[in-house]
Design a protein. Structure first.
Lengths: 501, 85
């Protein structure tokens, strides 16, 4: 850890102030659109995203603080096997945009949807399903946000020497504030800048490490003489095949269903933007994954003690220690912008999605259901208030997080996938899917996933996501037999090709 | 393009995306596990690392370019031009 010197905070501070400035400019530019339809502009940016920003915001939302802390730490321990496993993430951008991108965009315009839940509610004609979705989204997102804040604040403390609470307050309060004023447009543009900051930060670290350890060859020679298992894909049994398969599902294929990714399909401008985003997103997520995880493998040349106990017994200490040992405080201050950018870009998107669930999916829905018209000024006021209160709440919880947050966070990533995987896929590609099946699949799947996670029950040593989506699928099929098919009026929106032969 | 034709095209694209993902998985297996026994190194790095990680990344980029340029079709996302057809 460096001595707390205010000068070393300047780069981070400058970056955060820049984010605030961008959001303020976005807010000014969007004033006219917001006066017309606040929710549409605030929660999906009025469907104006271009390809580049769409790609960057999808990647930045997906890459979190663990891309830069937990992941590289594991790579230090395991070796190249961890990089080989992490690279499965290259499919996530083109997969979600390719499978859902166009259909969601078409349907969202047709029914004027602002959230993923709008689409689910319309497709299944079920308020129970929509409310269940809103509960899962808000609970899982909030736990994830707290965990992101804690991870980044710990890193901040370990590198800069400033206290945990200083770091947390610095980036925590600023991200809440800029998300509140900037809305989705602000989030998307700041995300794009964050993605750049992540790549730059990790590249600086990569270069400094090489310098400190005497070059790539020297590190590789050190690894092959002291720890040759790090050069094997199975890492002498530390990376079993079951882990590879689990990761393909958990961080690869099933990410298809994450609502924070799907919502981006509502927000882009035209099909050209979508097509470009598939390419740019794949390039960027691959580069980011490779650089960040490779840094972890090579930090073996910096942190040479074979035992993790020498580094505080936690892989989370590897990245901060590598930064401290391979660069001076000034460059370290620039490098940590990377992980902080990863954190705030994830938090900003989740915060906005959570508040859209509360405002659009619960509050506005309730008003419309009672037959009253929704007042644009009220929506504006409540949306911003909800975002800021939720954000402050998360900030306060992150100061001293209760243990239940960690449990929910552990369930969050796979839980969201389990909840939405079949509901989205069958909902959009199988016209017979009905609400009974969907409710059973969502509720039963998440229950099965969380309980097997809590009890540490595994099948074939595979991650519980396998149990989650299997149970969810079976329940969908059973429930679907009991429930009734949707009315043709609704299905014509979602499956026009079946009605127009 | 009619609304229904847009959906036919979207179904085609979704199917192609799933096939593309399967292709990446197969490439990843072959270029990583498939080369794991080779003792060859490039820049002191085992060849399976280059193939399985860098190779998979480049292959995924190639696949996404193929999808975006040859399989995916431009269309208007708004409804107005439905009536023209």
């Amino acid at each position: 850890m460096f001595n707390a010197n205010i000068m070393n905070l300047m780069p981070v501070l400058g970056f955060l102030v820049f984010m605030l400035f961008i959001s303020y400019m976005v807010k000014r530019a969007a004033t006219a659109d917001r006066a017309q339809n606040f929710a549409k502009d605030y929660f999906i940016g009025g469907r104006t995203l271009g390809g580049f920003v769409l790609a960057m915001t999808t990647v930045a939302t997906y890459s979190s603080v663990s891309t830069f802390v937990g992941g590289p730490g594991m790579a230090w321990l395991i070796g190249y096997g961890w990089l080989y496993m992490a690279i499965v993430q290259v499919v996530v951008v083109f997969l979600v945009l390719g499978v859902f991108g166009k259909k969601i965009a078409l349907i969202a315009r047709k029914i004027d949807a602002v959230t993923v839940i709008d689409i689910i509610r319309k497709r299944y004609q079920s308020d129970i399903l929509a409310n269940l979705s809103a509960i899962f989204i808000v609970a899982f997102f909030c736990a994830t946000m707290v965990a992101q804040f804690v991870g980044a604040a710990k890193l901040f403390e370990a590198v800069t020497g400033f206290s945990y609470i200083t770091g947390l307050s610095l980036f925590g309060l600023i991200v809440v504030f800029y998300t509140t004023i900037g809305g989705f447009r602000g989030v998307a543009i700041t995300d794009a800048i964050c993605a750049f900051a992540m790549i730059i930060g990790m590249s600086i670290l990569f270069y400094s490490m090489m310098e400190t350890a005497g070059g790539y060859d020297a590190i590789m020679t050190h690894i092959s003489t002291t720890n040759p298992a790090m050069l094997e894909p199975f890492s002498a049994g530390k990376m079993p095949m079951s882990l590879y398969i689990s990761q393909w599902l958990l961080v690869g294929i099933c990410t298809l269903a994450l609502p924070q990714s799907i919502v981006r399909s509502i927000s882009y401008k035209d099909t050209k933007a979508l097509h470009n985003a598939m390419i740019v997103g794949t390039v960027v997520i691959g580069a980011m994954t490779i650089i960040a995880t490779w840094v972890g493998v090579l930090s073996k040349g910096i942190l040479t003690d074979p035992s993790l106990a020498a580094y505080g017994g936690s892989v989370d200490n590897i990245t901060p220690l590598t930064i401290v040992k391979s660069m001076d405080p000034f460059w370290a201050g620039i490098t940590i912008i990377g992980p902080i950018a990863a954190t705030i870009s994830t938090v900003s998107s989740l915060l906005l999605s959570s508040s859209s669930s509360i405002i659009k999916d619960v509050y506005m829905r309730q008003i419309e259901k009672n037959g009253r018209t929704v007042d644009n000024n009220n929506v504006k006021m409540f949306s911003m208030i909800t975002t800021i209160i939720l954000g402050f709440g998360i900030y306060f919880i992150a100061i001293a997080p209760p243990s239940v947050i960690w449990q929910i966070n552990m369930f969050a990533f796979g839980g969201l996938q389990t909840a939405f995987f079949w509901v989205m896929i069958l909902g959009l590609f199988w016209s017979n899917a009905n609400s009974t099946g969907a409710v059973w699949a969502m509720f039963g799947g998440v229950l099965a996933y969380c309980s097997t996670m809590a009890l540490k029950i595994k099948i074939f040593d595979l991650h519980q996501i396998v149990i989650g989506i299997s149970v969810s699928f079976i329940l969908f099929m059973i429930g679907n037999k009991i429930g009734k098919r949707n009315d043709d009026e609704t299905l014509k929106i979602f499956f026009p090709e079946e009605y127009d032969k | 393009m009619k609304y229904s034709d847009k959906f036919r095209q979207a179904n085609k694209e979704a199917k192609a995306t799933v096939i593309a993902t399967a292709a990446v998985i197969i490439f990843w297996c072959l270029a990583g596990f498939g080369l794991a026994d080779s003792k060859t190194t490039i820049f002191s790095t085992p060849i399976w690392v280059i193939g399985g990680c860098i190779g998979t990344w480049l292959f995924a980029i190639a696949v996404s370019i193929y999808l975006a340029k040859f399989v995916f079709k431009d269309m208007s996302l708004d409804e107005e031009d439905d009536s023209n057809v």
